[in-house]
Ligand binder design. Sequence first.
Ligand code: FAD
Length: 380
Amino acid sequence: MLNTQSRTAYGQDHDVFRDQVRKFLDREIIPHADRWEEAGIVDRDVWFRAGQAGLLCPTVPEAYGGLGLDFGYNAVIDEEIAYQGTTLGFSLQSDIVADYLVAYGSEEQKLHWLPRLVSGETVTAIAMTEPGAGSDLQGIKTTARRDGNHYVIKGSKTYITNGQTAELIIVVAKTDPALGAKGTSLILVESDREGFARGRNLDKIGQNSADTSELFFDDVRVPITNCLGEENRGFIYLMSQLPQERLSIAVGAQAATQRAFDEVVKFTKDRRAFGKTVFDFQNTRFTLADLAAKIQVGWAHLDWCLTRHFKGELTAAEGSAAKLWHTELQWEVVDAALQLHGGAGYMNEYPIARMWRDARVQRIYGGTSEIMKEVISRSI
Ligand SMILES: Cc1cc2nc3c(=O)[nH]c(=O)nc-3n(C[C@H](O)[C@H](O)[C@H](O)COP(=O)(O)OP(=O)(O)OC[C@H]3O[C@@H](n4cnc5c(N)ncnc54)[C@H](O)[C@@H]3O)c2cc1C
């Protein structure tokens, strides 16, 4: 269990909520985690149950069916899910998509969609990446051409989390390709629109229960009222939301790091070689001491970031630094933890094997570590 006694970002209400989240995970997630991992997707109805339990989009204002809480509640959910060592697409909906709708949605869009996101009736995705453009989002080719009161969307997206089930997708498209990034808009596309098709559920090396898909848009017509915020301001919106998106990944990374550490401590104190426990070797103790020191710093740093974010002060560079540092630490710790398991670490029956596979992509999605360094360096 995560020790939260010395955390400074949270209050008592967060702790009470954390307890509810743990109970929910014990009851509704953990018993199914292996099956979902095998299936490459979670059961659709877990979204409804998470919604009922208040685990989806806690920051959505009460006027739109939410609880109107601070981002700390999202972070509590992210930490607990990551510490359990499972992967779900909840954070994408709660920490990313909901905030786009709250920040840029019209009153009609908010009233229609937000209660559905909160209840789990609607699963969402955000589709930025394309086969030819990921880090370099300015290079996307998907277009949304105006035709009277409609947009006609053409293009394809890939690596889209929740892509197999999403009923609502925020599609990043060029509404004025001649203007480059300044001609980019965010368009809401419902999955029952003609011309929309889902590709296969992509075969990944980890995070299998969080489905990832290709999506195709073949002259999909949506009314111009489906534009999120103002036309051609999509790139600015994307940039504005980055600190929270990256912090969300950092939160999960730190909690998953702690879990890997706790697992390896348990394992090495139990496993014996050369007449003593593996923990007793100086190499093991020094490795673990080094990691423990970094993890301690990690928690302090995470609370600093969360506190700044609650006040609206976390900058894009700070959010990127958090994503960079916490995901790199996660990789360092899971890899060292696997090594200290010996052959057992390579066996899927030990939790560390899955943690190691799941960790790898943390340094890639949401902006690669290299892109994080680019962003940070621009602020220096
Ligand atoms: C499991 C998973 C889930 C995902 N979910 C989503 C999602 O829900 N929605 C979505 O839109 N996308 C999603 N993505 C896509 C993800 O955000 C991109 O894969 C990521 O941003 C990297 O883009 P790319 O794959 O095109 O790599 P590329 O941009 O082709 O990068 C290849 C390599 O070049 C490096 N590189 C690129 N540019 C630079 C530079 N300027 N300086 C130095 N090095 C550079 C990169 O760091 C990387 O090492 C997901 C990806 C995965 C794997």
